[in-house]
Design a protein around this ligand. Structure first.
Ligand code: ATP
Length: 568
């Protein structure tokens, strides 16, 4: 029997009440955290300051600790005796703690156990490189029983727990001017921090400090296209955003974006009038030259000598502005001789025009490019056959080409780079190294040894560029494959095909008999080639019929010269 009034049943809080309670607790906690935030920051900052002080103390050599303690004591005494001294000291400490305790400061933040182990592994790997067998220092920076905290000043980890930046001190006895030793240290640091990334190393020889950073990946896979540049400017590739101020708009995977370019200025006012590219086999030097040629053809004429004879420039044969594509020694010599005469003719025409107070005629100003891919093989052949070396001949365009608007581009593999003559080395002040290079190889091309080689996993077309005495820039060459290569990416092939000039109306300059006709390609429609724009052939060096100043005439001229060479 139920009693009245029934006792009220005891119930737990309903869902609505629970939610309200949770939100009350959460907002209470948030409020408390907001109120306590300055205190938390100060406590965190004080903790970090203590960690920094302990690290500094552990790094201070024992013999210096006495004087340091004495100085500290004197400092404390002076502050204590000064009017407002203690208050000032407290304000200073609170300010420092607030600065260190802010979010993201992290300098003194304790690494996790895993990060600690990583750092200790890197430290121990470096010990054999940075220790002396009989080091008189009782507490060297690097010792087998030492800890990384002695030598590593600043450390940053990436989101996945890997080292993203490391600033370490090394002992003064380490020979940091020795490129080989530096390379060993860089390679070891790179291996211990992960081989699948690129690293940038900065050696501060004044302070005995080495900084390792992981640069952002370079813009990769950007296809050949018309770059927005000024007259005479050529985009060699793309580099780090913080290395150059300039940006060029490109289309990448259908999207427009701005990328930092490595721009090489050519022409009469250029200080780096010629380019030398040295690379490992398969590192992409032919691709870079093809990219340069396609840009050069926008405003000038090009002679190509392909010393490897691999036919990777066949797509250019017979195109407007392409005066010759040579693969044989005979053709290369003929081209080089023609380039010499053309340089001399331009110089004398320009000289006469200036003497008379006139403008230099167009045919002496139109940019002429002489592009040699792997000429060392042809030089070797020339020596063994007792013929003229095309590289020797090219001394004239290299020395005087700048004033005549003649630009020489040479690419060679590291193993044959010794065969390049002094003129090529001295006058090619724009330099590119592609692929993995030893410190000596990089030094021999770039003139500096402070280059960290890209790792073995880096894609082709990756390297370094240096224009004159400028800084060394990381470089990624635009993807510019041979459009006749079936194995190349279809989109990249089509991009190159779109850039090819229309077929020329005259015969090519070389008049090659061994050359296959250019295959049918889906290039742009072929407007008539501007005959007036083609360079005039040097009247002194060619038969009468070649002096008409057209590519066709030049073709005949060089063919006849070539025939002459063959006959001898
Ligand atoms: N910048 C690049 N982007 C994409 N692929 C590239 C790039 N550079 C080169 N490659 C690819 O790498 C391969 C080798 O390139 P390339 O022929 O230019 O190198 P190389 O140094 O001239 O080689 P070798 O002289 O030994 O024949 C080719 O398949 C090419 O398509």
């Amino acid at each position: 029997m139920a009693r009245w009034p029934l006792p009220r049943p005891r119930r737990g809080p309903g869902p609505a009440t629970t939610g309200r309670a949770h939100s009350l607790v959460r907002s209470g906690t948030d409020g408390a955290l907001d109120v306590l935030h300055p205190v938390i920051t100060l406590v965190r900052g004080l903790g970090r300051l203590v960690v920094l002080a302990v690290r500094w103390w552990s790094r201070t050599p024992k013999e210096r600790r006495g004087p340091v303690l004495f100085l500290l004591g004197v400092g404390v005494l002076v502050v204590a005796l000064m009017p407002w001294g203690p208050a000032f000291a407290v304000v200073l400490v609170v300010g420092a703690a607030a600065w260190q305790g802010r979010e993201g400061a992290g300098v003194g933040a304790d690494p996790s156990e895993e990060e600690n182990a990583r750092l200790q592994a890197v430290y121990e790997a470096l010990v054999p490189l940075f220790t002396l067998p009989d080091d008189p220092n009782p507490q060297p920076l690097f010792a087998h029983d030492g800890s990384w905290e002695r030598a590593f000043d600043e450390i940053e980890f990436t989101g996945d727990g890997r080292i993203g930046r490391l600033l370490l001190r090394y002992p003064a006895h380490f020979r940091d001017s020795d490129a080989e030793l530096r390379f060993v240290v860089e390679r070891l640091l790179g291996a211990k921090s992960g081989r699948d990334r690129e690293y940038r190393f900065v050696w501060d020889e004044e302070r005995n400090e080495l900084e390792m950073t992981v640069p952002e990946p370079l813009p990769e896979g950007i296809r050949a296209q018309r770059f927005v540049t000024g007259p005479g400017e050529v985009v060699l590739g793309f580099t780090d955003a913080d290395s150059v101020h300039r940006r060029v708009p490109v289309t990448d995977a259908g999207q427009a974006r701005d990328v930092p370019p490595v721009v090489w200025r050519t022409g009469a006012r250029a200080t780096e009038a010629h380019l030398l590219v040295v690379g490992a086999p398969g590192a992409g030097s032919t691709t870079l030259l093809r990219s340069v040629v396609l840009q050069a053809l926008e405003h000038g004429d090009v002679l190509v000598v392909d010393g490897s004879g691999s036919g990777e420039y066949a797509c250019l044969a017979g195109r407007a502005g392409v005066l010759a594509v040579e693969t044989s020694l005979t053709g290369a010599v003929a081209c080089a001789e023609w380039a010499v005469h053309e340089t001399e003719r331009r110089l004398s025409v320009a000289g006469r025009a200036r003497q008379a107070g006139n403008l230099v005629p167009d045919d002496a100003r139109r940019p002429l490019w002489v592009v040699l891919d792997r000429p060392a093989a042809l030089s070797h052949l020339a020596r063994t056959e007792g013929r003229r070396d095309p590289l020797e001949l090219l001394q004239v365009p290299l020395r005087h080409g700048r004033a005549a608007n003649v630009t020489v581009v040479v690419a060679e593999h590291f193993e044959c780079a010794d065969e390049l003559n002094q003129a090529v080395r001295s006058y090619s002040r724009a330099r590119v190294v592609l692929g993995t290079a030893s410190p000596e190889e990089a030094w021999s091309v770039l003139g500096v040894d402070a280059v960290s080689p890209p790792g073995p996993l880096t894609p082709p077309g990756r390297g370094f560029a240096r224009l004159g005495a400028g800084p060394v820039l990381r470089l990624q060459v635009p993807a510019t494959p041979d459009p006749l290569d079936d194995a190349a990416n279809e989109g990249e092939r089509q991009a190159v095909l779109r850039l090819l000039p229309p077929p020329a109306t005259g015969r090519p300059v070389s008049g090659r008999t061994d050359q296959q006709p250019a295959p049918e390609m889906s290039g742009p429609p072929a407007p008539a080639a501007p005959a007036a724009a083609q360079p005039a052939v040097p009247a002194a060096s060619v038969p009468e019929k070649a002096a008409a100043g057209t590519a066709a005439a030049a073709s005949v001229a060089v063919s006849e010269q070539q025939a002459g060479v063959q006959a001898t």
